[in-house]
Design a protein around this ligand. Structure first.
Ligand SMILES: Cc1cc2nc3c(=O)[nH]c(=O)nc-3n(C[C@H](O)[C@H](O)[C@H](O)COP(=O)(O)OP(=O)(O)OC[C@H]3O[C@@H](n4cnc5c(N)ncnc54)[C@H](O)[C@@H]3O)c2cc1C
Length: 398
């Protein structure tokens, strides 16, 4: 006989664990499955060395569901977003513009945390919730739905009946495919290297995004590492160049990245291994199927610019939580799920378009186009109301 629960979360990545913990804290009986057990220490094989800058609305959600407590001491606040346009054969900062959170808020834009640590803390929270059952090593296999429930078979041969299936199973989401929901994918021929560094010049809680060509080079503050100022770097480049950088001997790589950073933080030293991620944009044609909600990368993938990816996912989650709280008896029914689709889909498509444009602008190689980009940055920045609106849009509050 199939086991029963309110919500089956397919996927225990950062988004899936957050969803399981929040729905559990809201009182629902949750089962969360993932074939790949989460890696919860920094230096272990397979650890996720990306970081997530949680913007204000995401931090509020995590606080509300008691997920922030375990994170607060490890978070680096982001007070200023610095955009640098770099030029010249030996890259130099031509234009530097600071977007300061104090222009729009009395709090920082966000707080940066390593993804491996998020998994550790979210798992700890889930362990304290008797109504959440996390099953690492087990995946979802097939989906069969009726008006009243979804029946999902799992890779261990068992079956689960749920009122709602939340697909957080990544960009190739098996649950999305099982429901026959198509996606639109844009490929840029780009990859991102993600790793941590130490540097002699303190970051002073400034997140710095340096544009030249190939894509942005972004340093996001981390707490000190072994007594040295430290940052997480996301370095986007054309695929072949990114592969070359991944394989480069450490000293040469350090020289290359110091050059690419315009030397703004002094000599950069690797403080972790390098990881590499293919860059795409992707959107699902719908966010809902019968008894199924798509969220996070199962629903949308964006290039890592402006800390949007997981933050958008937590807006999805907030929307689902609010709809479930407003009408708990309607959990997973067509009314709830079409309201979810309506509330989120257009906003997601707009954000994907905006980030796509920023990425293409950052990839530009010809000098005249890069000059135009620099002029554009100057113009946008010099108009205070436009500047403030851009910051609010970045936070997702406008
Ligand atoms: C370099 C880089 C930097 C980024 N920086 C930021 C940032 O600063 N801020 C931000 O908001 N976002 C950022 N993002 C985006 C963010 O990292 C992602 O949105 C997020 O990690 C994706 O989470 P996810 O849980 O949706 O997907 P995933 O992490 O891919 O998780 C999907 C999970 O589903 C599981 N799965 C697969 N098949 C099954 C199955 N059959 N059954 C059950 N489970 C299954 C997988 O094992 C996996 O654990 C960044 C992305 C990149 C590439």
């Amino acid at each position: 006989m199939a086991e029963q629960c309110d919500i089956l979360v397919s996927g225990g990545g950062v988004a899936g664990l957050t969803a399981a913990a929040c729905f559990g804290a809201a009182g629902f009986k949750v089962i969360c499955v993932d074939p790949t057990p989460p890696v919860t220490s920094r230096d272990a094989e397979g650890s996720d060395l990306r970081t997530t800058a949680f913007l204000q609305p995401a931090q509020e959600l995590l606080s509300q569901y008691d997920l922030w407590e375990g994170l607060a001491d490890h978070a680096a606040p982001l007070q200023i977003m610095r955009i640098v346009d770099a030029g010249g054969a030996l890259p130099q900062a031509r234009i530097v513009k600071d977007f300061n959170a104090s222009d729009i808020s009395d709090r920082p834009f966000g707080w940066n945390l390593p993804n491996w640590l998020l998994r550790r803390e979210f798992l700890a929270r889930i362990e304290g919730l008797a109504n959440v059952d996390f099953r690492p090593g087990t995946g979802t296999k097939s989906l069969f739905t009726r008006t009243g429930e979804a029946r999902v078979s799992l890779s261990d041969g068992s079956e689960v009946e749920a009122r709602l299936v939340v697909a957080c199973d990544g960009r190739n989401s098996p649950m999305r495919e099982a429901a026959g929901i198509p996606v639109k994918t844009t490929r840029y021929g780009q990859k991102a290297l993600a790793f941590a560094v130490t540097h002699p010049v303190p970051h002073e809680n400034v997140s710095t995004e340096i544009h030249r060509s190939g894509g942005p080079f972004t340093l996001v503050p981390l707490p000190d590492y072994e007594g040295q100022p430290s940052s997480a770097i996301v370095w986007m480049e054309r695929g072949a160049r990114a592969d070359e950088l991944l394989r480069m001997a450490p000293e040469r790589f350090e020289a290359e990245m110091t050059r690419r950073s315009c030397g703004l933080f002094g000599d950069l030293k690797l403080a972790s291994r390098r990881t590499i991620w293919p860059i795409i944009s992707q959107s699902a044609a719908r966010l809902d199927g019968e008894r199924l909600a798509l969220m996070a990368e199962a629903a949308h993938v964006v290039p890592p610019i402006g800390a949007q990816g997981l933050n958008m996912s937590l807006v999805d989650l907030r929307c689902l939580l609010d709809l479930a709280a407003a009408r708990p008896e309607g959990l997973g029914d067509a009314e709830m799920l079409s309201a979810y689709h309506k509330a989120r889909h257009n906003e997601i498509l707009l954000r994907i378009k905006g980030i796509d444009l920023l990425n293409r602008t950052s990839m530009l190689a010809p000098r005249p186009l890069r000059d135009l980009r620099a002029l554009g940055l100057n113009a946008l920045y010099s108009l205070a109301p436009v500047r403030r609106t851009l910051m609010q849009m970045g936070l997702g509050v406008k």
